[in-house]
Design a protein around this ligand. Sequence first.
Ligand code: AHR
Length: 676
Amino acid sequence: MKTSWRLLKSVCILSFLLGSCSTYQNLRLVDAGEDANVTLQVDASNVTGRPIPETLFGIFFEEINHAGAGGLWAELVSNRGFEAGGQIIPSNIWPWSTIGNESSMYVVTDRSSCFERNKIALKMEVTCDSNGMSTNLCPSGGVGVYNPGYWGMNIEQGKKYKVVLYVRSTGDIDVSVSFTSSNGSLTLASQNIIALASEVSNWTKKEVILEANGTDNGGRLQLTTTRKGLIWFDQVSAMPLDTYKGHGFRNDLFQMMVDLKPRFIRFPGGCFVEGGWLRNAFRWKETVGAWEERPGHFGDIWNYWTDDGLGHFEFFQLAEDIGAAPVWVFNNGISHNDQVETENVMPFVQEALDGIEFARGDSNSTWGSVRAAMGHPEPFELNYVAVGNEDCDKPYYKGNYLEFYDAIKKAYLDINIISNCDGSSKPLDHHADYYDFHIYTLASNLFSMSHKFDNTPRNGPKAFVSEYAVTDTDAKNGNLLAALAEAAFLLGLEKNSDIVGMVSYAPLFVNTNNRRWMPDAIVFNSSHLYGTPSYWVQQFFTESSGASILSSTTLKGNSSSVEASAIFFQTNGKDYIQIKAVNFGGKSVNLKVEVTGLFTKFYGSKKKVLTSGSVMDENSFSNPHMIVPHETLLEMGEEDLTFVLPPHSFSSFDLLKESSNIKVPISDSNQKTSTM
Ligand code: AHR
């Protein structure tokens, strides 16, 4: 141990010189000495005394790392309207590519689309033919274009996909629509669109259902022909039929969110909302209505194009589908590089009011009717809006904020308004229902920040900790060290939930083909996914929102590495006390729990532990379950409330109140592992 510690220290010193390892070094210093004893005194004399807000734990979805485009939004085609290359023609059609060379075909873009807000379409001139008399015979597979989607489409045997496209031609057409393997050599599904010139001389919508007869998670969509002529394509979409409720959400990623039982969802950003420049910010009106008519936009903060299939409507639908309260963040006239002065901000205020009406207005209202036409006549429940993101220090923020605040409160008195200014240390100088608090830091710092809100004045607006995470060298791609520090931080927020109203980790998703921010909670590619340890820590808090916090005191004895909390919750008519404890140090800790008050006798119920051999361990596609919570039935003797906290671990113990009518078995030691 000593030798390896010395070795580790040298590695750390070396790494420190290179700018890493700092927190890890601190963490190991805590390890010195024998196993520690810690006592948690829990006062259960008033289990209903301190309710935890119903909306305490939620999620934050940002269009970052291809979380939506190429992620949760199940659309397989990237740049479906050919707009991504810009409006100058002929434009770049990336990631589309051609099949065939200039002797048989060529493609350009032009401004011939039938859609006013996205005029660019693809024009393909085929110069080869399948006519045996022709001097320029097409290759047998035809010529055309293909789209690889977002680093390969996940085409699965037996699954059905709806392909929709708009087509126009000067002659008859025979276009083969196929899914193929990544290099086009294997056809996984195919159908032909055949039409006479009279039918397609104007733009025509065509739809085919393709059923895959093979699997390739790096597949592509091809549009090919062996017929000479001029063809235009626009708005080409390929959607799996089995998205959540047919609403367009990729099932596996959707389920990962639902499993966290989030009580709210903040969207659509983050910096994504602000934009590097206002002209590239997310503006909700550009993202509603028929998908074919959406212009899409280049998100210049995370540097990628999105077709905006996941738009304002879909975010509200998502919130409804996962049973979470929507928290809409809108642009307040401020981007990273430009700002609208307060005297000119009214159009942005109106845009926000219209966006709220879109969600909440009845179906006869101007914007409520747009929502109704999209298939949701009933209003969405929108009770929280955030005026911008991380803009408090910008010169026009306060002025702009007040314009938004007054106008929104005048129209919707009950809406909670979230300010970007931090009220945790000093009171805000403006009205707000919540203030946004973001923290990205090293592990030891976040661990100690479990006490951040202990001394915050109780009489101001509540904190919305809408972004937190351990980052940098302490977290890498998402490791146990980061997760344990976050667990301690969350325990502190849970205990301070009289003044902390809402909490969410950031970012939620990353497509590994385009990591823009590390670490993240859920890691995926076209076909696989896993949760990082930070994801699994959040899963320990699924009982917390709406439960009660019990007053508790941790007597730390010879350990400074433990943070713990106690909550009371009810489920299936039974009463539980749940103890959660993080052991940030490298030695086991004996945690003695002393409960005083209304009930003090318990049956063991469930124990859950998250740990691993090394704090730097991470899950991966090849080992997605290396660090996941392990659940066992909790064995307890009479009066025995001492639990062992393994080194570097996060544990929860569900204690069933004795008088609850059903006894649970306490001796079955079959281990159950949480799986995705
Ligand atoms: O979560 C990633 C980014 O971090 C968010 O877009 C921004 O709000 C913060 O700076």
